[in-house]
Design a protein around this ligand. Structure first.
Ligand code: PRP
Length: 183
């Protein structure tokens, strides 16, 4: 759906569909160069990364494997208990693989800092991160993504995989949610 399908719900469109697709093509081109001669395994983190994975993978001019993980968030709300649980693990053996974790957003960094150390313990040849969005002002953990689409302000954003209460994931753009929707 478009922002016009949810009139009044967004205070602003942060990134249009065209901006998102253009940036993903740039990231894909860089990945092609960086991984020349090496097979890539893309690991998506459900559910938010579904759109990024679909479009990033299709922007690559070569074969890639894709696999998925589902992990629970860390405690209630946004509290940083550091507890992360695997709800669905990978089907793929990571031994010797070149892994790129694909995410929609790095907010506090808690999810990815846990996930990266978990994946590194499985004997991969390399693990890097590709994230469409990053909120530098919200970062609590040291996470160093090799590929970042956009740095964004610390606001409540939805669309292109990002939800509020499981809604707005199928919005084509990314926008700032109006406080009247969530308050
Ligand atoms: C979102 C997003 C990341 C995580 C980032 O997932 O997809 O996985 O939060 O936040 P952090 O940097 O503060 O850890 P969420 O838990 O909302 O689940 P979802 O992907 O199913 O929407």
């Amino acid at each position: 759906m478009e922002h016009t399908d949810v009139p009044g719900d967004l205070t602003e469109t942060l990134l249009t569909e065209q901006q998102i697709q253009g940036r993903l093509r740039e990231l894909a081109a860089q990945i092609e160069i960086d991984y020349a001669g090496r097979d890539i395994l893309l690991v998506g983190v459900l559910k938010g990364a579904v759109m990024v994975m679909a479009d990033l993978a299709r922007s690559l001019d070569r074969h890639v494997e894709m696999d998925w993980m589902a992990i629970s968030s860390y405690g209630s709300g946004t509290t940083s208990s550091g507890v992360v649980r695997i709800l669905k693990d990978l089907d793929t053996d990571l031994t010797g693989r070149h892994v790129i974790v694909v995410e929609d957003i790095i907010d506090t960094g808690l999810t990815l800092s846990w996930l990266i150390s978990n994946l590194r313990s499985r004997g991969p040849a390399s693990v890097e991160i590709a994230t469409l969005l990053r909120k530098p002002d919200a970062l609590q953990m040291r996470v160093e993504p090799k590929y970042v689409g956009f740095d964004i302000p610390d606001a409540f954003v939805v669309g292109y995989g990002l939800d509020f209460d499981e809604r707005y994931r199928n919005l084509r753009c990314i926008g700032t949610l109006s406080p009247h929707v969530y308050s």
